[in-house]
Design a protein. Structure first.
Length: 115
């Protein structure tokens, strides 16, 4: 089954940084708008950021100025650089196309920010 593989999560102190990666295993992400989403405990999955194939980006207000999404089509990989992390960023992070395809959700990667 074709699914993205997210990695790079972990435990970090508030104010720290992490870089997430999403590799579109078995499927090229080139030509698709790709996005990062997250599921905060007790809440619905929410949009974080997306990047058009041409490189234009868009962010949720809660992460604007702290997170940066980028992509490397040659590596079939989308990244999320997360700086100035806050406790409220604790979540499982997922990537998917935008709009998301219900059958394309991967396992996600856990990000835990200790305050």
């Amino acid at each position: 089954q074709v699914q993205p593989v997210e990695s790079g999560g972990g435990l970090v102190q508030a104010g720290g940084s992490l870089r997430l990666s999403c590799t579109a295993s078995g499927r090229s992400s080139s030509g698709y708008t790709m996005g990062w989403f997250r599921r905060i405990p007790g809440k619905e999955r929410e949009f974080v950021a997306h990047i058009w194939n041409g490189g234009l980006t868009n962010y949720a207000d809660s992460v604007k100025g702290r997170f940066t999404i980028s992509r490397d089509n040659a590596k079939n990989t989308v990244y999320l650089q997360m700086n100035s992390l806050k406790a409220e960023d604790t979540a499982v992070y997922y990537c998917n196309t935008v709009p998301p395809v219900s059958t394309y959700w991967g396992q996600g990667t856990q990000v835990t920010v200790a305050s």
